[in-house]
Design a protein around this ligand. Structure first.
Ligand SMILES: C[S@@+](CC[C@H](N)C(=O)[O-])C[C@H]1O[C@@H](n2cnc3c(N)ncnc32)[C@H](O)[C@@H]1O
Length: 241
């Protein structure tokens, strides 16, 4: 299963470098609001990457699975899940949430879409089309997990058994990054990694073509910093009394 890519140290390192990272979100976003923050991932390689970051003393990391988080009954205020709920066994995860959350404890499951280049809508070779052409090549490697993300977590929302639940959509974060960063972002996707594993030469050529088409269309160099918008979507729920 593609999730095992995350157990490869190289992939975990690439991920940490080129993706909006949960460890930094835990450290910068949550650590000052809670006594204790614990980051869990089933991949030891991902945990190792997270541990390399300097962080506040109340943040720790451990290998584990979302369906069995090993906290005491009714002891947790908030569970956040970054770009991972699409891999979970939602039935088991819900049972675990019902067990570990305090009454009115919350869960936030979020994910994001491929960054969208801003300010180049006038290009005749449109950036969105260039990226779309790559995803058409990657179509044979898509799994059910991808469709959960493409559907912006509809299935995740439906699987939440707490009655108090809602979706937060259309959260846009702007990023200033180079085209070469964007190419490495695309490279770090599990879909692309599956293609690369099966057909390294054509995978490399496809990504080089995306880069070349983008540079030609935008009239910039690989290291030119441009603006991207990244769309996040989030499912929020709260445990009943
Ligand atoms: C796309 S990465 C996101 C990593 C990190 N949360 C972030 O936002 O950068 C998906 C992660 O989910 C982890 N994962 C998948 N299924 C899991 C499960 N059942 N329990 C815990 N982690 C899981 C994988 O090992 C992988 O590191």
């Amino acid at each position: 299963m593609a999730v095992y890519f995350f157990e490869e140290p190289e992939h975990a390192a690439r991920y940490q470098k080129y993706r909006p990272s949960t460890p930094s979100q835990l450290q910068e976003g949550l650590a000052s609001h809670f006594d204790k923050v614990v980051g869990i991932d089933l991949s030891e390689a991902q945990i190792e990457e997270a541990r390399k970051m300097d962080g506040p003393d109340n943040v720790s990391y451990r290998q584990g699975v979302a369906e069995e988080m090993k906290f005491e009954d009714g002891s947790v205020d908030l569970v956040t899940v970054g770009a991972a709920a699409h891999w979970f066994d939602m039935e088991k995860f819900m049972k675990e949430l019902a067990r570990i959350l305090k009454p009115h404890g919350c869960v936030a499951l979020y994910c994001y879409e491929v960054p969208h280049l801003l300010g180049y809508d006038h290009c005749s070779d449109h950036p969105t089309q260039i990226v779309q052409d790559l995803f058409t090549i990657l179509k044979p490697y898509e799994t059910e997990v991808n469709s959960i993300v493409w559907n912006e977590y509809k299935e995740v929302f439906d699987a939440i058994t707490f009655p108090d639940k809602e979706r937060a959509e259309d959260i846009y974060v702007k990023l200033k990054k180079s085209i070469s960063w964007f190419i490495r972002y695309l490279n770090s996707s599990v879909l692309y990694q599956s293609y690369q594993k099966e057909d390294p030469e054509n995978a490399k050529a496809s990504l080089e073509k995306v880069e070349q088409r983008l540079l030609n269309a935008l009239g910039v160099s690989s290291e030119t910093v441009v603006e991207f918008s990244m769309k996040y979507f989030c499912v929020l729920a709260s445990k009943p009394e």
